[in-house]
Design a protein around this ligand. Structure first.
Ligand code: BG6
Length: 491
């Protein structure tokens, strides 16, 4: 039986921004609709917008209502009634703004108080200090940090120190929204609730693993952020490495807040560093040029519409990255983990492909190794490719056929958005699906030498036309060891 939700005040910095309007508010509405918010729970958006509660409710009514299922006017009105707005310039010394916030929160100190920082990472430390100075941090407060957590190890450590000076580690929730996706959690269930996989989940049976996050979207209007992030910081350091951890981790002893994170951190610490001259051998970076994506002609990265003109940083930033990683431990020795992500790819798809070794001795021509494919999006599901005989007399002809589990067809219930799950976990005080400080820092420790080498080279990434599966170098990265990317599984 689910627990009765506790009353909370959820205070969102950047509350009128893109993330809040597109992801957080729709997710909170879904939670409300499913009666998973306590009647007293309030959602307080903080922004410079100069709005009052009525303006903010009007904005949400106009911009969010269309993207969520509103089957009952009463439920939507109840949701709007939870919304408040505090106009504040948190970057400056806006004492009036802070006293308005304090006034709104006064008398509700017993409620769970959650500060959600949907703002750039350099604001995390200063905002936490302001909250502390304004006396708003209670013993039942928690703080949620959106990615990216810094831009390298040193900045991540600085942010962690600054936030850690105000909040205990147990109060800090670092979000990686991939961990809230259904299939990601299903991966844990698949591995640790089914006995048959464990004996073959190792280098004796597995040839290699491919983890791909391909997007058709480009970066229009995101130059300010993306020029200084790039695919490595934006997708690999967090989302792809988290997926790698879940594939490679040892079975945890319990499904609790620390056991899973303890095992994930061990994987990150076992990643073989890629340094100096190896960077060119084991990594590839690309940037999209003009092309056709989803049947539409689209501009190259440098010509994406934006309020600022491209700079030298724009010319050097990668919109595609591929890496051959290795987990140096007993289970995985010698098994490559190929990671790749890109914008403006021919399809939108996030998948993990586990390719098993071929049979030791084949008596049939045309056999191919088994493959387990975990599809995170779109149409979540799991497929196991087996070899079967094509019906017919005469010579035995083999064909790979998938055993498929489609979540949409198997389960009729709605698949919740990642943010719904994660917001509910924050409200319930369950940090299992959030990244611990040592995890984030271990991920940066591995990424840093690659970033440094790319930056030191100062060269432009390899171009690839929008709508193509990335630069030629990515193909060569896997071909060098006689392998290839499974585009068929993705399309
Ligand atoms: C975000 C990145 O973290 O993840 C975006 O900043 C990216 O650049 C997005 O588009 C992808 O998320 P999803 O859930 O659509 O795969």
């Amino acid at each position: 039986m689910s627990e009765t939700p506790r009353p909370a005040d959820l205070i969102v910095f950047g509350g009128t921004g893109d993330l809040s309007m597109r992801k957080l508010l729709p997710a909170l509405y879904h939670c409300d609709r499913d009666d998973r918010l306590a009647p007293e729970t309030r959602i307080i958006a903080m922004s410079r917008g100069g709005l009052d509660d009525a303006d903010f409710r009007g904005k949400v009514d106009a911009e969010v209502r269309g993207s969520v299922p509103v089957d009952d006017h009463g439920t939507w009105q109840r949701f709007l009634g939870r919304l408040h707005h505090v106009s504040i310039d948190v970057g400056g010394q806006d004492t009036e703004g802070w006293s308005r916030t304090a006034h709104l929160l006064a008398g509700h100190e017993e409620r769970d108080r959650i500060f959600y920082l949907a703002s750039p990472p350099m604001t995390f430390g200063p905002f936490c200090r302001e909250l502390h100075r304004a006396g708003l941090v209670t013993p039942v407060s928690r703080v949620v940090l959106e990615k990216p957590l810094g831009r390298d190890l040193a900045s991540a450590q600085r942010i962690n120190d600054e936030v850690g000076a105000i909040f205990d580690e147990r109060q800090i929730y670092r979000i990686d929204h991939y961990l809230g996706k259904e299939t990601v959690q299903n991966l844990l269930v698949l591995r640790f609730a089914n006995a048959f996989l464990e004996p073959i989940w190792n280098s004796l049976w597995i040839d290699h693993v491919q983890i791909t996050a391909a997007e058709t979207v480009g970066t229009p209007g995101r130059r300010g952020y993306y020029d200084h992030a790039g695919a490595l910081r934006d997708m690999v350091q967090n989302h792809l490495l988290q997926l790698l951890c879940l594939v490679a981790m040892e079975p945890p002893s319990r499904n609790d807040r620390e056991s899973i994170r303890d095992e994930k951190v061990k994987v990150l610490q076992s990643l073989r560093p890629i340094v100096g001259g190896e960077v060119d051998r084991f990594t590839v970076r690309g940037q999209y040029t003009a092309g056709e994506c989803d049947g539409v002609r689209v501009p190259g990265y440098l010509d994406e519409p934006d309020s600022t003109a491209p700079t030298e940083a724009s010319r050097r930033v990668e919109t595609f990255a591929a890496i051959r990683a290795e987990v140096k431990n007993w289970r995985w020795a010698g098994v490559p983990f190929y990671l790749r992500t890109g914008k403006r790819m021919p399809y939108r798809s996030t998948e993990i492909v586990v390719q098993f070794k071929d049979v030791p001795h084949s008596i049939f021509p045309g056999s191919a190794p088994n493959r387990l494919v975990l599809r995170l999006q779109p149409s979540e599901g799991i497929r196991l490719h087996l070899m079967a005989k094509e019906p017919g007399a005469g010579e035995v002809a083999l064909k790979p056929v998938p055993l498929s589990l489609s979540f949409a067809e198997t389960f009729t219930s709605r698949v919740p958005e990642a943010y719904e799950r994660l917001l509910m976990d924050v409200l319930a005080g369950n940090p299992t699906l959030f990244m611990r400080r040592d995890e984030v820092e271990a991920a940066w420790r591995w990424i840093d030498p690659i970033l440094h080498e790319w930056e030191a080279q100062g060269t432009a990434p390899e171009p690839y036309p929008a709508g193509s599966p990335g630069p030629a170098g990515a193909h060569e990265l896997v071909l060098r060891s006689g392998r290839y990317w499974y585009e068929d599984d993705l399309a």
